[in-house]
Design a protein around this ligand. Structure first.
Ligand SMILES: Cc1cc2nc3c(=O)[nH]c(=O)nc-3n(C[C@H](O)[C@H](O)[C@H](O)COP(=O)(O)OP(=O)(O)OC[C@H]3O[C@@H](n4cnc5c(N)ncnc54)[C@H](O)[C@@H]3O)c2cc1C
Length: 570
């Protein structure tokens, strides 16, 4: 045991309390209430992460006229055919079971129609109306009830405790070293299994939608530990993020329904620019097309002064907009604007990472004892996630990870912690305090945001990506020279330094994978390879650390295990 570092023993350590982390805790406990489960979260339990922010809803097959086959096909088509079909099939089939569980066991209330059945609304990319919801606050309903259930059980919840690094021995996970943000003290959880559910987070971009405490920690931790990743280049941008200067609301999503209802997009020269990119569907085009159109307008100098385009709802009538989109009207009111009566500045906003740790149906990674669920995992959504499939993924795979980890720990003993590793991680973590002169974490984060936006963002090219990778390597060195002052207790500058280091790692993984994929597919658009190339690129790009922070990449043909290629690609 390392002197001065407390050590806790547990059966299962879970990091993150979004849909995935809470479901995992619930399932692991209910599988075996004797298990000692520790649940740690960087923010507050039930008050952090993106599941709480889910507005639209949850895709699930409930209606006899719908089917799992239909949901599956929608998911595969939406994903540009490169999804892991076993994971996608698990998503759609388990979602039905999990929604019944959320209603009947967890206690969630979803909206019902006049017939008494759960109300299902349409969502983009789906051939059937299958999205259940709780008004436009679905995520709060799910997370609040899940949190209550977890608090009612004998599960140790450690709030404001962030995972720093996974501890491994011989390709086997032995727990993690964590930081108690409040006290500034480290501690080790020596566990038989770890469930990673920190929710990815596309927050390295200039404009982004996920909750602000997320900084790709799980991705970076898993990378350093030697986990294998899939399709890290696949990162979704939502076309209409609110632009509000330095406000924390900048980047938050103005929902898809606004365009669906007839909202129009203009550039600063007053042109409805979608005429240039998709004249048939205009603003009702898909997320990736609209985001790309807006981005190209902004980059061509036809954006507004603060770098956006304009979303106009006023022609639909103020009464209609206020009645139909009260949540969106309120959100815009918070920045002093009136969605119902004036054009609002918006921009594409980084939204969701489809890439992540490669898992099997039970969330097992290549590292023994490491289970990964939710946005930290990859493969379910392929090149593009359908709206409504994200929260389904987090609850379905969270539940599976909890079940699988509970059964795993019944067969495996604790693996001893390597003190030298603990010591090395901690020394690296506190290094910023030892520097009297060095980089500023916030300055570096600002630079990183601009760099990712311009070089590895909505539109990419070989030249941009190479420049991006070179700058990221320089930034990685600079991140090692970040200096921090003051006490370790609740030191947000220090936490930002740790965030930046992880975000640079994630950005580097995205850039490197994006460089390899010489085609455009789903959310990945290469201006030098603008076409989808099914002859050469029905492949997944796998990535693993090879030596110290060196990335090894290789392609693997997509397995059409559930539906033959000729049947789905017409
Ligand atoms: C604005 C917005 C709207 C969305 N709307 C929808 C929708 O309508 N339908 C849909 O299906 N999907 C939607 N999504 C996507 C959906 O939110 C995600 O797919 C899903 O919630 C991810 O769940 P998760 O459990 O993996 O992560 P999260 O819910 O993000 O939870 C991550 C947790 O990990 C914690 N954490 C982070 N770092 C650490 C660390 N180092 N140590 C310990 N804990 C850590 C966080 O504090 C948090 O508790 C939306 C996303 C956003 C941003």
């Amino acid at each position: 045991m390392v002197k001065g570092i407390e050590q806790i023993k547990a059966d299962i350590l879970i990091m993150g309390t979004g849909g995935a982390g809470l479901m995992a805790a619930l399932h692991a406990y209910d599988a075996n209430p004797e298990l000692n489960i520790v649940l740690s979260v960087k923010g507050l339990a039930g008050k952090s992460g993106c599941t709480r922010m889910v507005q639209g809803g949850y895709n699930v097959v409930l209606d006899p006229d719908d089917s799992h086959e239909k949901h599956f096909k929608d998911t595969i088509k939406g994903g540009g055919f490169i999804n892991n079909q076993e994971l996608a099939w698990t998503l759609v089939t388990d979602a039905t079971k999990i929604v019944y569980e959320l209603e009947n066991k967890v206690g969630c209330f979803f909206d019902r129609g006049p017939d008494g059945y759960l109300h299902q609304k349409p969502f983009a990319g789906q051939c059937f109306d299958r999205t259940i919801h709780r008004r436009d606050l679905t995520g709060i309903e799910i997370i609040a009830r899940l949190r209550d259930q977890v608090f009612a059980r004998d599960i140790q919840v450690l709030e404001e405790c962030r995972g720093l690094d996974l501890l491994t021995r011989n390709n086997r996970v032995a727990g993690a070293i964590l930081l108690d943000i409040r006290s500034g003290e480290p501690f080790v959880v020596n566990s038989r299994a770890v469930i990673l559910a920190t929710g990815g987070g596309a927050t390295m971009y200039k404009i982004s939608a996920p909750s602000k405490e997320k900084s790709g920690d799980g991705t970076a931790m898993a990378f350093r530990a030697g986990a294998e990743f899939v399709d890290m280049e696949m990162l979704q941008f939502h076309p209409t993020g609110l632009l509000a200067g330095e406000s924390q609301l900048s980047g938050s999503v103005l929902e898809e329904g606004l365009r669906g209802a007839g909202g129009r997009l203009f550039n600063a020269e007053g042109e409805r620019f979608m005429e240039r990119y998709d004249p048939d569907r205009m603003e009702r085009s898909t997320r990736d097309q609209v985001a790309r159109g807006a981005y190209l307008e902004i980059m061509a100098g036809r954006g507004t002064r603060s770098g956006g385009v304009l979303l106009d709802m006023s022609h639909l009538g103020a009464g209609f907009v206020e009645r139909t989109f009260p949540g969106m009207v309120d959100r815009v009111k918070d920045i002093g604007k009136d969605l119902a009566r004036e054009p609002i500045e918006v921009s594409p906003t980084a939204h969701f990472h489809m890439g992540g740790v490669r898992i099997d149906r039970d969330c097992r990674s290549n590292l023994e004892g490491l289970f990964v669920a939710g946005e930290d995992a990859g493969g379910v959504h392929g090149a593009n996630r359908l709206g409504g499939n994200g929260v389904a993924e987090s609850t379905v795979f969270g539940a599976r990870a909890g079940d699988a980890a509970a059964s795993f720990v019944s067969e495996y003993d604790l693996s001893a912690v390597d003190d030298a590793q603990v010591n090395a991680v901690w020394q690296e973590t506190i290094r910023p305090f030892s520097l009297s002169d060095g980089e500023d974490a916030y300055g570096l984060r600002r630079e990183l945001k601009l760099l990712t936006w311009e070089k590895i963002g909505v539109v990419r090219s070989r030249e941009q990506l190479l420049q991006g990778i070179q700058r990221l390597d320089e930034m990685k060195d600079r991140a090692e020279r970040i200096k921090v002052k003051g006490s370790r207790q609740y030191n947000m500058d220090w936490n930002e330094a740790l965030n930046v280091r992880n975000l640079i790692t994630v950005a580097r993984m995205v850039a490197q994978s994006a460089l390899i994929r010489e085609e455009s597919r789903g959310s990945h658009y290469r201006s030098d390879f603008p076409k989808t190339d099914n002859d050469n690129w029905l492949k997944n790009i796998l990535l693993i650390r090879d030596g110290k922070e060196v990335i090894r990449l290789y392609g693997k043909a997509v397995m059409f295990s559930r539906i033959p290629q000729e049947e789905i690609i017409k």
